[in-house]
Design a protein around this ligand. Structure first.
Ligand code: ADP
Ligand code: ZN
Length: 603
């Protein structure tokens, strides 16, 4: 595999440059330096020294027409030009000088070769080796063969490790996982009775609900090392690397057992192998290696693999069969109580004013994930700092919900008067329809301050408590509420605007689900016409019916939405005075609370 050596390339350049410098140095600088050591003198000096018997060695270079000679101690080399001097030989014999042929190469040639070539090269190679080791270490492995080694992050247990108490809500998941903690504390108890702990546990849920946190908390509670790696990290550029990473990860884990191995985004490697042409060879090899490793180690070795995904339906069935990831722990979006607890956990890190009502904040932030709630707390703290306060207030928290959900207030977005009026009527239209249908939740807040997300205003509806079931009437009312904005525009301005595009989308989606998935159309009875393929990420659906049925579905969706739209229009027409009154109030104030709204409505 040639590619594996690729990272050595910089070193090859390095050696090349070193060699070049050496050659140049030896060719140019050395002779020049040698030259410098030779002292040029005139012939008179030579004669004088010869007379005074001060010569050491002498070399007559006929072809260069020069004489090289040294002093008695051979410490200085002199050079002089040749003069036509017939007495030269006699003179030299008298001076007692030694005739020599190699004054310049006085130094041992082997030694000089060693000094000018071998030693520098050895020196530079040593530096090169050192550098290469450094580079490899930085790349994550101890030596040049470190490719395919897992660079799993190892979190050795520390006193500040995450505990179950740091993960708020998610009680079911925690209960489920506490068995693993027990097992890691005392595997013997399980071995004795012959019970095998599941090797793999799949944490399933939408993003930001605390799956990674839960995995860390299991390790933290059990006091064992925690290896973490993301599925996408396995899939490398080079075929075969992912598989060897898996091998290495498990080798490390077995050495450190008992321990937790956490694989995030396992769907990146564990997708169904469907034999499509586009299938990824590398991914398949990695998955096969993972399966082999999971089968390879005995029950009760103390290695527990936790994996997280938000696309459980896309996982290969081989991965979820018994003996592998056979236990599934749902980690859902927090409910009202869960949201309140999560807010409280994160609020411990910030300074709060007295009397902050987390229950109200949790109610306003319906549908928010744990990560979003953590973000809300942080945004509130940032807002307090921005305003020069040193404590976070209730208003900070409420405003930051809107920031997290709809983006920041757009300070410089200036709506024309007419636009502002339309937005006010639109939002009050939603709110009025919602409030006047007795099944709908009351509004919490209406605002027509534009947001960076593009919303020109919105109505914050609040459910009191949790709803797990929605009746057909409730769904219909929701659709009516969604059409309420457009209905108000039509009623007041006799024209329509683009402001309702999001409402239209949502209303259509709801109506469609009622007919194709919830069996709420009399014609289709309890037949599933659509299946959800991606429930935690947006909920894509795929149709499962004939073309004729599709046509019929479309017709019924249109009819359903139309009926609700008419209902909303009727409600608003009957309450036109309230619509005008509240819209005017909103137009002036830009933001009104649920209480103000209900007060005007019930006046
Ligand atoms: P996931 O792995 O499900 O995408 P994470 O575990 O990475 O989500 O959570 C992201 C962040 O969200 C955490 O660091 C934490 O601050 C916050 N968070 C999510 N769920 C919770 C929870 N149940 N309790 C406390 N904090 C939570
Ligand atoms: Zn709207």
């Amino acid at each position: 595999m040639k590619e594996v050596q690729k990272p050595k390339k910089p070193l090859i350049y390095y050696y090349g440059i070193v060699l070049l410098i050496l050659v140049l140095f030896n060719l140019l600088a050395m002779p020049w330096l040698a030259q410098r050591q030779v002292r040029q003198v005139d012939y008179g000096t030579f004669l004088e020294m010869a007379e005074n018997q001060e010569l050491g060695q002498v070399e007559v270079q006929q072809q260069d027409n020069q004489i090289l000679f040294t002093n008695k101690d051979n410490t200085v080399i002199y050079k002089t030009g040749m003069m036509p001097d017939p007495d030269l030989t006699q003179r030299l014999a008298d001076s007692g000088a030694v005739f020599s042929g190699e004054i310049i190469q006085q130094t041992n040639p082997i030694l000089s070769f060693l000094l000018s070539w071998v030693l520098p090269i050895a020196f530079f190679i040593a530096i090169g080796q050192f550098m290469s080791r450094k580079m490899m270490e930085r790349a994550g492995g101890p030596n040049a063969l470190s490719f395919g080694k897992s660079n799993a992050k190892v979190y050795v247990t520390s006193s500040q490790g995450i505990k179950f108490s740091d993960v708020a809500g998610e009680d079911e998941a925690k209960e489920n996982l506490s068995e693993i903690v027990n097992y890691l504390h005392d595997p013997g108890k399980y071995r004795e009775i012959g019970a095998a702990m599941p090797k793999g546990i799949l944490l399933v849920g939408p993003p930001g609900t605390g799956k990674t946190m839960l995995a860390k908390a299991v390790a933290g509670e059990a006091g064992v090392p925690f290896f973490s790696m993301s599925g996408s990290e396995f899939v490398e550029m080079f075929v075969g690397m992912g598989a060897s990473k898996v091998r290495d990860l498990f080798k490390q884990a077995k050495e450190k057992a008992p321990c937790i191995v956490f694989i995030d985004e396992i769907d990146a490697i564990g997708q169904k192998r469907d034999g499509r042409l586009s299938s990824n060879d590398e991914r398949e090899q990695t998955l096969n290696q993972l399966l082999t490793e999971m089968d390879g180690f005995e029950d009760n070795t103390g290695v527990i693999i936790l994996a997280a995904t938000n696309r459980p339906e896309s996982l290969d069935p081989a991965l979820t069969r018994p003996g592998r990831f056979d236990r599934r722990v749902p980690v859902e979006l927090p409910d009202l109580k869960g949201r309140e607890e999560i807010l409280k956990v994160h609020a411990k890190k910030i300074k709060l004013e007295d009397g902050v009502d987390f229950g109200k904040v949790a109610r306003m932030a319906s549908g928010a994930s744990g990560a979003e709630l953590a973000n809300i707390i942080n945004e509130a703290a940032l807002r307090a700092v921005r305003d020069g306060r040193n404590r976070v207030s209730q208003a900070d928290l409420e405003e930051s919900i809107e920031v997290v959900i709809a983006g920041y207030q757009k300070k410089n977005a200036i709506l024309t008067d007419q636009e502002k009026k339309i937005v006010a009527y639109h939002e009050v239209g939603h709110a009025l329809v919602a409030a006047l249908q007795n099944h709908s939740a009351p509004v919490q807040k209406i605002t027509i301050v534009p947001r960076t997300s593009g919303a020109l205003g919105y109505t914050m509806q609040v459910e009191e408590g949790n709803h797990y079931l929605l009746s057909k009437e409730e769904l219909e009312n929701k659709i009516a509420t969604l059409t309420g904005g457009r209905a108000a525009e039509e009623l007041v301005f006799h024209s329509v605007s683009t402001g309702a595009s999001n409402d239209i989308e949502q209303a259509t989606k709801l109506a469609r689900s009622m007919i194709t998935r919830y069996g709420m159309s009399p014609d289709f009875d309890m037949v599933a016409l659509e299946t959800v393929t991606n429930q935690y990420l947006g909920g894509d659906v795929s149709l499962a019916c004939s073309a004729q049925t599709q046509t019929e579905i479309d017709r019924q969706v249109v009819e359903l939405v139309k009926r609700q739209h008419e209902k909303a229009s009727a409600i608003l027409r009957e309450n036109r005075d309230k619509l005008d009154e509240i819209a005017r109030y909103l137009y002036e104030k830009e933001t009104i609370t649920g209480e103000e709204f209900m007060e005007i409505l019930n006046r």
